[in-house]
Design a protein around this ligand. Structure first.
Ligand code: ADP
Ligand code: NG1
Length: 468
């Protein structure tokens, strides 16, 4: 971690030449915008997806993570309008247009179903409207395009929420610091129902070209990570997708981590109601990550806890348990694995610390690559066996990385989606070829393999473009 961080910067507004928006994705997006709204866009916003290198399912426990922004993104063409209407369209024909009054934003998500795509957009709009002085925005016309695969752990949803917030802020002439808008978007995306920890929105705004980031929370800040030279990260899609808001799995893990912290606190006569994240517990007990992992093993049993047992441990009624510990879509769950989830969190947090320490160490680049790969492999093992958020296809892709990569693991929430592998300049093409012949070749229906498996470099965070 060598370079100064850009935490206090405002979002960049970049002047573009007219020629720049007359080619590629800008051109097709502009054409859609002009055809729908009969005017030219006033500005564009771009927000990248991300790949998380290490530190999975620990952001919502208050622990730091190591993601980087990728070259896939959400791009929007925008213009404010006097109509007080929000008009939304998308280059993807699956995505229906939306027209609604800007003063009547409703995020309606049916339990157990994937939210309509525009609800993610509305989360971003609502996030900004909440902070505007009279809680109302100008009307906006927006055309959206994106090339981050959906439901694949590369943060397409947060890029969409964050781009919508940035578009709304810029249309209302609100300029914000990157950390402020990132925190606002993390909060706003929870309107969709998932209780995310903020990593995705943080890297969406704090990402920078050429550098992965170490992101810490409470308060939010980012530092550059100096990866060993020769490191190349390959993203590979497992061909399974999952919409996180349509299942209760993600929120169940959030609840299990919180319950583990609350029960350990109660056993140690601490104020357990003050524990909402596992890092709160660690602060209260004042132990190292290694020491607290031992406490987890002695304080919590391996068999799943029933709701009744948890209520007895905490001396609360079911209603109080729902209020203090669960989320709306987890109140029906009857069994919770607490020891396994808490162990994963503390050990993964330690792996992130080690990852950063290795990057900063005096070891040779070759040694660093080996050590970082080992940490990534251990991370996957833990996600597969302790956190149980992998998928057979993810495990297959990870296994195919043995002997060809230095380490490979699922990235993002899991239950499907992508893996990230650490390779080198010399080996990454071999790994991609191996996946094409041994994995993707079994699925004859696949087109555009190069969009499913590719090497990636750290890209720039969110930007606003105006045409000079
Ligand atoms: P991810 O891991 O990619 O964030 P999620 O399941 O959390 O996956 O969110 C994916 C959802 O985000 C999609 O189902 C879709 O509703 C929305 N989304 C992502 N990208 C786009 C896009 N380019 N256009 C419209 N909606 C999108
Ligand atoms: P993805 O896979 O992009 O949905 C989710 C959370 C992150 C983090 C990871 C797991 C949201 C918006 N994102 O990412 O905060 O917890 O899972 O590390 O909920």
């Amino acid at each position: 971690m060598d370079l100064p961080a850009n935490n206090n910067d405002n979002i960049q507004v970049i002047q573009m030449r007219k020629d720049d928006v007359e080619e590629g994705r800008f051109l097709s997006l502009t054409q859609l915008f002009e055809a729908k709204f009969m005017e030219k866009p006033s500005f564009y916003v771009r927000v990248p997806g991300r790949v998380n290198i290490i530190g999975e399912h620990i952001d919502y426990c208050g622990y730091s993570v190591c993601p980087m922004a990728i070259q896939r993104d959400i791009l929007m063409a925008v213009s404010p309008s006097e109509s007080k209407m929000l008009q939304l369209c998308n280059t993807d024909s699956k995505c229906e247009d939306l027209t609604c009054s800007i003063d009547n934003i409703k995020i309606e998500v049916e339990k157990g179903k994937p939210p309509e795509w525009y609800n993610y957009f509305l989360c971003g709009v609502k996030g900004i409207m909440d902070i505007l002085p009279d809680k109302t925005s100008v009307g906006v016309n927006v055309a959206v395009t994106g090339n981050i695969p959906w439901g694949s752990g590369l943060s397409s949803s947060s890029a969409l929420v964050s781009a919508a917030a940035l578009a709304t802020a810029h249309a209302n002439k609100v300029s914000m610091k990157k950390v402020e808008i990132a925190a606002l978007c993390a909060h706003a995306e929870r309107y969709i129902g998932t209780q995310g920890g903020g990593m995705d929105q943080a890297i969406a705004f704090l990402g920078s070209r050429g550098s992965a980031k170490h992101i810490e929370f409470n308060p939010l800040r980012a530092e550059n990570i100096k990866l060993p030279s020769g490191a190349v990260f390959v993203i590979a899609h497992s061909l399974s997708v999952v919409n996180k808001a349509a299942t209760h799995d993600y929120n169940c893990r959030v609840a299990e981590c919180r319950l583990a912290g609350q029960i350990i606190a109660k056993k140690r006569n601490l104020k357990w109601r003050e524990i909402s994240q596992l890092s709160d517990l660690q602060k209260k007990v004042g132990l190292s990550l290694e020491e607290i992992s031992e406490v987890v093993c002695s304080a919590l049993h391996e068999e799943p806890y029933t709701k009744e047992e948890i209520c007895n441990e905490l001396e609360v009624s079911e209603e109080e348990l729902h209020e203090y510990s669960l989320t709306n879509n987890t109140t029906h769950i009857s069994k919770f694995k607490l020891r396994q989830r808490a162990l994963h969190v503390f050990q993964e947090a330690a792996r992130v610390k080690n990852f950063c320490a290795v990057c900063q160490s005096e070891a040779s680049d070759e040694e660093k690559l080996v050590q970082l790969g080992k940490l990534m492999r251990e991370s996957h093992q833990s996600l597969q066996h302790l956190f149980e958020c992998s998928h057979p296809l993810l495990d297959e892709v990870v296994l195919l990385g043995e002997n060809v990569t230095l380490g490979s693991r699922l990235t993002g929430a899991g239950w499907g989606g992508c893996t990230v592998a650490l390779t080198t300049q010399d080996s990454y093409k071999k790994y991609i070829e191996k996946l094409k012949t041994s994995f993707y070749a079994k699925h004859s229906e696949i087109q555009n393999i190069d969009t499913l498996v590719f090497a990636t470099e750290p890209s720039e965070g969110a930007e606003v473009y105006v045409v000079a």
